[in-house]
Design a binder for this molecule. Structure first.
Ligand code: LMR
Length: 332
């Protein structure tokens, strides 16, 4: 058979794929399909396309193919009708929409991922999501990635502060909490979209970055960095969102089925994240490019002490009561 050209493949998909469904959801994300978010998005799409065949069709666009995270939220707020835009930007990218969500970026608030689950599974998060609705964004679920590590180029790893961070520039997400944290550690922060990180690291525009293992591995950051410090200093996780207008115009039975599938996808995201956390570290170590360095308890205590001011700085914006409730819930 003659090979189909990309043009015919697109036409074929439009005619026989999504065009046969009443509603279309375009799921845009910035990471690789092999990451926890990439896999959870694909699981969601496959399950919807199977169980809601003819009613809803989901297409996934990974690797910033469609939008970067800031752009996707702007576009989402304007989208309505029968085609909805869905995304799962990291919680760090929501500062414009909810000041309370900045809590998730605080360094050393969560000891580990089970602390995060305590919070996202509690009703405390409802108040953090409320402001989004007023801005045309419907929050549907929290998806895990993992605790973050720091990578850097240079002749020594980041071990203690502030000396090791001094004179070094670190890529951060568009989060003011991250900005304050890097400054407290003695480094210089630079906000950059995820899509630009590999080039910025390889060309020396920045010296280092912080991220979860799956992103350091799938985007090959480890190939252009010398050291990775296992600091587990804060959390990288996502909020699954869709345009509020699109969501509320869906028939109730479809919305209920989508909600059920989202709950399954959320559990899958936790599984995928736990797997990636262990296996992607191992793959990076086996590659023998960046050296992985575990921090001792006393080194970690120094990082914690150096960044303790960040919570004070953001207490008013996040809300003193909310912070108090979260500390009570976590028991530390
Ligand atoms: C980043 O910008 O580093 C992350 O938010 C990317 C992602 O979605 O995991």
């Amino acid at each position: 058979m003659k090979k189909l050209t990309p043009f015919f493949i697109i036409i074929f998909t439009l005619v026989f794929g999504s065009a046969h469904a009443e509603y279309v959801i375009k799921f845009s994300h910035v990471v690789s399909p092999q990451t926890p978010k990439g896999k959870a998005a694909q699981f969601f799409a496959d399950t919807v396309n199977d169980r809601l065949k003819g009613k809803v069709h989901v297409e996934v666009f990974p690797n910033s193919q469609l939008y970067n995270d800031n752009k996707v939220m702007e576009t989402m707020r304007l989208s309505s009708g029968k085609t909805g835009l869905m995304a799962a930007p990291s919680l760090s990218k929501f500062v414009k929409f909810s000041r309370q969500l900045q809590l998730f970026d605080l360094p050393f608030l969560f000891n580990d991922i089970s602390d995060v689950h305590k919070l996202v599974d509690s009703p405390i998060v409802d108040s953090m999501l409320k402001p989004l609705e007023r801005k045309g964004i419907k929050a549907l679920g929290f998806w895990d990635n993992g605790m973050k590590v720091f990578s850097v180029k240079g002749d020594k790893p980041l071990r203690k502060t502030p000396d090791d961070f001094k004179g070094k520039k670190f890529r951060i997400q568009s989060s003011n909490v991250h900005d304050a944290m890097i400054k407290s550690l003695g480094g210089t922060p630079q906000k950059l979209p995820f899509k630009e990180v590999y080039t910025a690291l390889s060309q020396g525009v920045v010296d280092g970055q912080e991220n979860a293992w799956s992103n350091v591995y799938s985007k090959k950051f480890f190939e252009v960095q010398d050291y990775i410090s296992v600091s587990n200093h804060s959390y990288l996780g996502y909020l699954l969102v869709v345009s509020e207008d699109f969501w509320k115009n869906l028939p109730v039975d479809i919305r209920n089925e989508l909600n059920a599938i989202i709950q399954e996808a959320t559990l899958k995201a936790r599984e995928f994240a736990a797997e990636a956390d262990a296996s992607d570290r191992k793959k990076i170590e086996a590659a023998g490019k960046a050296k992985v360095v575990d921090l001792t308890d006393s080194e970690r205590a120094q990082w914690r002490a150096a960044t303790a001011n960040v919570e004070d700085e953001f207490r008013k914006q996040i809300g003193a009561d909310l912070l108090k409730q979260v500390h009570q819930l976590l028991g530390h």
